[in-house]
Design a protein around this ligand. Structure first.
Ligand code: ADP
Ligand code: MG
Length: 238
């Protein structure tokens, strides 16, 4: 059974249909990348999985629950955004602990989860620092730390690297993949960058204009693109 099942999901904003009955199954532990040009509906789909947008049609399930009507906090997901806005007046430790504290998690559990995330992300030496005292890569890692401490069933990433310079982007790709190999958390990762998709995904979902053009493993799409759009998109330089 799919860990995340997106089944005939549609989205209408006002009178404009931006997603046309899309279906994607994501297996437990899989790293799935949604890729496609700007405006094709990637963020909207991800935000519906997160519970940040209502669903206009179809169903989304996580584990064995249909989550269409569940608020984000009840979905057992954690999301990392492009603009990962850390709290500037909180330390690294406080930034990572904040969401757990809000939920009333036992302080001993909070401390243990923060320590574990800091170890995984090599942030232990920086726990008492403030975001302004960190490099771009370290800030991105704190943003991931905030997701990890919640120990969710599913990670959702929306273009988490697009504000970083090219060199750091390549490094963070590797770090996110290593993180996934270590934690094996089911992941949906959105990007418009086909290189990112090709290097990170177990399975790629290529989208265009609110529809899915093809789903497959990176090499499958490269060797046997379903149409000229996929061939052009996957084959073109970043
Ligand atoms: P992507 O993430 O692939 O760039 P989005 O999911 O952000 O695309 O947007 C898909 C389409 O939906 C775009 O045409 C966008 O303008 C439209 N859209 C997104 N959010 C809203 C909204 N809140 N209200 C109206 N239209 C929206
Ligand atoms: Mg987007």
């Amino acid at each position: 059974m799919a860990q995340v099942a997106i089944t005939n999901v549609a989205k209408v904003f006002g009178t404009v249909k931006v997603l046309h009955e899309v279906s994607v199954d994501i297996a437990d532990g899989q790293f799935v990348v949604l890729v496609g040009p700007s405006g094709c509906g990637k963020s909207t789909l991800l935000r519906m999985v997160a519970g940040l947008e209502t669903v206009s049609g179809g169903t989304i399930s996580i584990g064995d629950r249909i989550v269409n009507n569940l608020p984000p906090a009840k979905r057992d997901i954690a999301m990392v955004f492009q603009n990962y806005a850390l709290y500037p007046h909180k330390t690294v430790e406080q930034n990572m602990a904040f969401a757990l504290k809000l939920r009333g998690t036992d302080p001993a559990v909070v401390a243990e989860r923060v320590k574990r995330a800091a170890d995984i992300l090599d942030l232990a030496p920086y726990l008492k620092r403030y975001p302004r005292q960190l490099s771009g890569g370290q800030r991105q890692r704190v943003a991931m730390g905030r997701a990890i401490v919640r120990d969710p069933q599913v990670f959702l990433f929306d273009e988490p690297l697009s504000n970083l310079d090219a060199k750091l982007r390549v490094q963070m790709r590797t770090e996110i993949k290593e993180l996934h190999q270590r934690l094996k958390t089911t992941t949906i990762y959105v990007t418009h960058d086909q290189i990112e998709a090709m290097t990170m995904a177990d399975k790629i979902v290529v989208m265009r204009d609110g529809r899915i053009e093809q789903v497959g493993a990176p090499l499958q799409l490269f060797d046997r693109p379903a149409n000229l759009f996929v061939a052009g998109f996957i084959g073109s330089p970043a």
